[in-house]
Design a protein. Structure first.
Lengths: 226, 303
C-alpha cells in the first residue's frame, strides 16, 4: 500500500527531516509511528500525502509513484488519502455538515451525492444529531470526529492521523482511537502518528519508532519503547 | 460545470464575508469609471457647443449700392455652388434699410442721421453660412474672385471662430486633465484590487489550506478570486451605469435649455450606445482587475 525506499528529507544542509527510511505498510494495516518531538514523525506523514517532497529516495502509494508527483496530480492523491491533524483544521464559520460537505464540494461531487454521503459519515462518527452546530459549539473530541468524518467522505484507502489526540483529554482520546480502529476494521489502512504511550500500548498494533529521523524499531505488535 | 458553479458560489461568499473591503474596492472602481464617463459627457457637450457655435458663424458680404441685381444673384449662385457653403441669404438694399431702421427704431439720433444722408445708403448684402468654421477661409478666398472683387465694399466675418477655438482649447485641457485623473484613479483602483485580493488570500489562508488538504485542484482554489474580481467589475459598471443614466437624465434638459432648446442628445447617446460604452468599460476594467488579481495570486497564493 505505502512503500518508502531509501527516503531522505533534508530542509537545509543541517536540518534533517527523515534519513534513509525504508518502509512498507500493507493494505488494511493499523500502524503507529512514534517518537519524540522533532524526530521526523510528521515529516514522514506529510511525505505520504505529498505535503512534502523527498530530497532523495522513492515513495509509492497504492502502486502510484508519488516521488516527483506533478502539482496537478496532488489533488487526486489527496482524495485517496484522508488526513486528520491535531489542530483540527475546521472552518469555524461553517457548520459540522458544511465542513464535511466542503471536502466533496471542492472535488466537484454532485449535490445529490453530497446529501447522501455526509449523513452517512456523520453517523459513523456519531455526530448525526449535530450537523447544524458550529465547531465552537462542540467539544475537542467532537471537533476531531468532524475532521475524521471529513477525511472519510472520499472513502479513502488510507487514513493518516497526525497527532489526532494531541489536544484531547483521556476520554475523548479513547473515543477517537476507537473510531480509528473501527475505520481500520472497515478495511482502511490507518497510519497514526503519536507520542501518546497509553494509546500505542492499548492498540497492540504495529509500531514504528523514529529517532533522529531514522527508523530505530519496527515491531508487528509493538509497544511504546522510548 | 458543478465545480464552476461552486467556484462562483465561493466567490460570492468571499465577496459577502469581506463586505466592507468589497464595498471600498467597488467604490474606487466606480469613481474611476465615473471620471471616464464624465469625460464622455464632456466630449458630447463640447461637440454640441462647437456645432451650435458653428451654425451661427456667417460672413456678411456688403456690395456697393450701385451693384446690379444680376451681379448679386450671380455671386449668390456662385457661392451656393461651393460645397463648403450651407446657405446664402440675399438681402436687398431696401431690406437692409428696413432692417437697420427696425433695429434702431428707438434711437432718434441714428434715424435722424439716416435722414440727413438721404436716400438708401445700404447696398445689397449676402449672408453666407458654412458647414464648419474651417470652411470660411476658403469662402473668403473665393469672394476675392476678380468677377466680384470690385463690387464688394466690405466682408464682415463674425468672430465665432474665437469662441470655437476657446471651446476647443478648454475642452482639450479638461479632457487632458480628465485623462490624467482617470489614469491616476485607475492606478489606485488597480492597487486597491491587488490589495483586496492580497487581504482576501490572507483571510482565507486557512480555508485555502483545507481546500488543498481535501483535494481541491489549484484551478478551483484560484477560480473564486478571479470570479470575485469579475464581480467587482460587474457591480462597478452596473452602479456607474445607474449613476450616469440618472445624472444624464437630469442634466439633459438643462443642457437643452442652455443651447436654446436644442437637445444635446446626451441621454439618447447613452441609451443608443450603452452596450458599447459600458461593455467596453466592463471588458477593460475586468482585464485590468484580472491582471492585478493574477499578480497578487502569484505573489501571495501558494497552491
Amino acid at each position: 500500500m505505502i512503500h518508502f525506499k531509501n527516503i531522505n528529507k533534508t530542509y537545509s544542509p543541517n536540518i534533517v527531516g527523515v534519513r534513509n527510511v525504508n518502509l512498507h505498510i500493507r493494505p488494511g494495516e493499523f500502524v503507529s509511528i512514534v517518537g519524540q518531538s522533532g524526530t521526523g514523525k510528521s515529516t514522514l506523514a506529510k511525505l505520504m500525502f505529498a505535503e512534502e517532497r523527498p530530497t532523495s529516495g522513492q515513495i509509492a502509494v497504492g502502486g502510484w509513484d508519488i516521488t516527483r508527483i506533478r502539482e496537478h496530480d496532488v489533488p487526486l492523491l489527496r482524495r485517496q488519502i484522508g488526513v486528520v491533524f491535531q489542530d483540527f483544521k475546521l472552518l469555524v464559520r461553517r457548520t459540522v455538515y458544511e465542513n464535511v460537505a466542503f471536502a466533496l464540494e471542492v472535488a466537484g461531487t454532485p449535490a445529490r451525492r453530497i446529501r447522501e454521503v455526509v449523513p452517512q459519515v456523520l453517523k459513523i462518527v456519531n455526530l448525526q444529531e449535530k450537523g447544524d452546530r458550529y465547531p465552537k459549539q462542540l467539544s475537542g473530541g467532537e471537533q476531531q470526529r468532524v475532521v475524521v468524518a471529513r477525511s472519510l467522505v472520499h472513502r479513502p484507502k488510507i487514513l493518516v492521523a497526525d497527532e489526532p489526540t494531541g489536544n484531547l483529554d483521556t476520554i475523548h482520546t479513547r473515543e477517537i482511537i476507537d473510531l480509528l480502529r473501527k475505520i481500520n476494521e472497515f478495511g482502511t489502512t490507518v497510519v497514526l502518528v503519536t507520542h501518546n504511550r497509553e494509546v500505542v500500548n492499548a492498540l497492540k498494533k504495529r509500531v514504528i519508532t523514529l529517532e533522529g529521523g531514522e527508523i530505530t524499531s519496527d515491531v508487528e505488535e509493538g509497544r511504546y519503547k522510548l | 460545470m458543478i465545480t464552476a458553479l461552486r467556484a462562483v458560489k465561493f466567490a460570492f461568499q468571499n465577496f459577502g464575508r469581506n463586505f466592507w473591503l468589497s464595498l471600498i474596492t467597488v467604490s474606487m472602481l466606480v469613481l474611476t469609471l465615473l471620471t471616464v464617463n464624465v469625460l464622455m459627457v464632456l466630449q458630447q457637450v463640447a461637440s454640441k457647443a462647437i456645432a451650435f457655435a458653428e451654425e451661427r458663424i456667417e460672413v456678411s458680404v456688403y456690395f456697393y449700392p450701385a451693384t446690379a441685381e444680376e451681379r448679386i444673384t450671380g455671386a449668390a449662385g456662385y457661392l451656393r455652388g461651393l460645397p463648403q457653403v450651407r446657405d446664402v441669404e440675399v438681402i436687398t438694399s431696401d431690406e437692409a434699410l428696413r432692417r437697420f431702421s427696425d433695429r434702431h427704431a428707438a434711437d432718434e439720433a441714428i434715424l435722424q442721421s439716416l435722414d440727413e444722408v438721404g436716400g438708401n445708403p445700404f447696398g445689397p448684402t449676402l449672408v453666407v453660412k458654412a458647414y464648419g468654421a474651417d470652411d470660411f477661409p476658403f469662402i473668403l478666398d473665393a469672394l476675392d474672385n476678380p468677377q466680384f472683387r470690385n463690387d464688394i465694399r466690405e466682408k464682415d466675418f463674425s468672430s465665432f471662430e474665437d469662441i470655437i477655438d476657446r471651446i476647443r482649447s478648454t475642452t482639450d485641457r479638461i479632457q487632458l486633465f480628465g485623462m490624467v485623473l482617470s489614469a491616476i484613479f485607475l492606478l489606485i483602483a488597480t492597487l486597491i484590487v491587488f490589495n483586496t485580493v492580497r487581504i482576501a488570500i490572507f483571510i482565507h489562508r486557512e480555508e485555502i489550506g483545507i481546500m488543498k488538504l481535501v483535494g481541491a485542484t489549484n484551478a478551483f482554489v484560484r477560480a473564486p478570486f478571479l470570479i470575485e474580481c469579475l464581480i467587482y467589475s460587474l457591480f462597478s459598471v452596473a452602479f456607474t451605469a445607474v449613476i450616469v443614466y440618472s445624472s444624464v437624465a437630469v442634466m439633459d434638459p438643462k443642457f437643452s435649455a442652455f443651447f436654446g432648446g436644442e437637445s444635446v442628445g446626451l441621454l439618447e447617446y447613452f441609451i443608443r450606445n450603452w452596450y458599447w460604452i459600458f461593455g467596453m468599460q466592463f471588458v477593460i476594467l475586468t482585464i485590468i482587475n484580472m491582471l492585478a488579481t493574477m499578480v497578487a495570486m502569484r505573489k501571495y497564493l501558494r497552491v
